[in-house]
Ligand binder design. Structure first.
Ligand code: HEM
Ligand code: HEM
Length: 219
């Protein structure tokens, strides 16, 4: 009898064909929903508009589901299968340089670091977006005609001194969050380029169907 590693081990031995990479429907659906939300907010919706904010709330719900799945999902989707580790990441780089191939049941150690950085960046985008737009109006969900108000960029000030001060404070605070939001969005764009380059590189290098495994048709 062969001594095979457990299914949720971080790495399987090379040549072990028991571990083709498989992603369950929740991982696939949340991945492509996040991609769709980022693309729509980057390219379609008007910055700060009601639609932009609703897409943002949807993005937060999808991300929350994926993070919950990291605790209760199948072994390869769990955080325990791809814990962030610089040591493992460096070892992975050494393996790449030495031309050694390993099979990973979940994200490889470099990919894992990238996943956590992407998730954290999305977290900053969502937090700063919600700081400007307010939390989702859960209480009014289901009542038609109550979309979140778009965030105004107007410089208009009121006639009253106190209200003027409050208005300025709020604008200053929103300006700060707006900066954070914008910087995090730009970081995300760079990460996405690196992520796609990484997926292409790993697909070519490992000869495994990394990309196909994330497509809906593969079960
Ligand atoms: C990853 C998806 C997102 C992308 C690509 C994105 C992109 C942007 C960009 C480029 C801006 C203009 C820069 C700025 O003024 O800060 C902006 C503004 C804004 N976004 Fe997002 N955003 C995303 C997610 C969100 C989320 C999750 C929310 C809230 C739920 C949100 C709410 C806002 C608001 C309120 C503004 C207006 C900021 C202002 O008036 O200065 N965004 N977004
Ligand atoms: C907005 C753009 C994108 C974002 C934010 C993004 C983010 C992510 C995240 C967070 C994961 C981890 C999935 C999980 O464990 O739940 C992932 C995995 C993956 N993504 Fe993307 N992604 C984007 C675009 C793409 C595109 C365009 C492709 C196709 C070329 C792609 C292919 C993949 C693949 C194949 C994996 C699995 C990698 C592995 O097996 O380790 N992604 N992506």
């Amino acid at each position: 009898m062969t001594n095979r590693p457990p299914l949720n081990s971080l790495e399987a031995t090379a040549g072990d064909d028991r571990h083709p990479r498989r992603w369950d429907p929740v991982v696939k659906t949340t991945h492509w929903s996040i991609v769709a939300a980022v693309l729509v907010n980057a390219l379609v919706t008007e910055e700060g508009s009601g639609a932009h904010i609703w897409v943002g709330y949807a993005l937060s719900a999808v991300l929350a589901l994926r993070l919950l799945w990291g605790f209760i999902g199948p072994p390869e989707a769990r955080f325990s299968a791809f814990l962030p580790s610089l040591r493992h990441a460096f070892r992975h780089v050494r393996n790449i340089r030495a031309g050694r191939k390993e099979i990973h049941v979940s994200h490889n150690p470099l990919g894992a670091l990238m996943v956590y950085v992407v998730w954290s960046t999305l977290g900053v985008i969502i937090a700063s977006g919600i700081a400007m737009a307010g939390p989702p109006p859960i209480a009014s969900l289901g009542q038609p005609g109550t979309p979140p108000a778009a965030v105004e960029r107007s410089d208009a000030s009121s006639d009253h001194g106190d209200e003027d001060e409050e208005h300025k404070d709020r604008q200053g605070e929103d300006g700060l969050w707006s900066e954070v939001h914008e910087i995090a969005v730009n970081i995300l764009y760079v990460l996405i380029l690196l992520h796609i380059a990484g997926v292409m590189f790993e697909t070519r290098r490992s000869g495994r169907e990394i990309l196909l495994a994330m497509l809906p048709s593969r079960s």
